[in-house]
Design a protein around this ligand. Structure first.
Ligand SMILES: *Cc1c(COP(=O)(O)O)cnc(C)c1O
Length: 231
């Protein structure tokens, strides 16, 4: 299959999932996760109309963004080390992976120096997986007002990576909890928060995520093919 037909297939599946849930397909942003993939493949997907790309390493954003069109919106979706914050805050359109108070403080400090406001999502480890970064649901509620009040940051919503499972239905309950958490936090009307973005759903489970309210899905393998990490 060509990248283009992969992309068309993913877009169709997103649209169908949206319609099943009574949602508008255009209300869901597809982020093409291009980590480990070369500029040539990104260009191909760009030519097909995609403008949102996701990377999990600062190095990849700083290497790829200067040689690709300026209207690409780069999403930082991976764990972010505090010493790399400076390099990425004015290159990424959205940082999905704020997973600690210390990281939020660092983003705030660097943003203030640059006199910018950085849109972020709080990462939630909704299944409580040992191996994953992110706040628990309780911590998210606890830290949100503090993070939102730091300055230089606006919290647009929440992000999660659900467990890797054979049957995506197993993740439906987690996606539901994420949506409910987002709704509950939005109802608190905290300054410098919007809580209108819900970033969830990957190759294995994006349709279920869309049915449960995802506004951003992060899809890599289904578009670009399997990743080769030992190159
Ligand atoms: C790699 C990655 C994805 C995409 O995963 P696929 O299964 O290839 O679609 C999404 N989100 C995050 C945070 C990732 O690191």
């Amino acid at each position: 299959m060509s990248l283009n037909s992969n992309l068309e297939d993913v877009k169709k599946r997103i649209a169908q999932a949206a319609l099943r849930a009574g949602r508008l397909p255009e209300d869901i942003t597809l982020i093409a996760v291009s980590k480990t993939k070369p500029v040539s493949m990104i260009s191909e997907i760009y030519e097909a109309g995609v403008r949102d790309f996701g990377e999990n390493k600062v190095q990849e954003i700083t290497a790829k963004s200067p040689v690709l069109p300026e209207d690409i919106r780069w999403h930082m979706i991976g764990h972010l080390q505090r010493n790399k914050v400076k390099q990425v805050i004015d290159r990424a359109c959205l940082i999905h992976s704020v997973d600690s108070m210390r990281l939020a403080v660092q983003i705030s400090e660097e943003a203030k120096k640059k006199e910018i406001t950085v849109p972020v999502l709080l990462e939630v480890n909704i299944a409580g997986e040992e191996s994953k970064y992110g706040f628990t649901a309780e911590e998210t509620a606890h830290f949100l007002p503090d993070i939102a009040s730091l300055g230089g940051i606006t919290v647009r919503g929440l992000m999660t990576s659900a467990p890797f499972v054979d049957d995506p239905e197993e993740n439906r309950e987690y996606f539901r909890r994420m949506k409910q958490l987002c709704v509950d936090l939005k109802a608190q009307n905290i300054d410098n928060t919007n809580m209108d973005y819900l970033s969830m759903g990957m190759t294995n489970d994006f349709e279920v995520a869309v049915e449960e309210g995802a506004t951003h899905v992060r899809v890599g393998t289904a578009i670009f093919g399997e990743r080769e990490y030992n190159l």
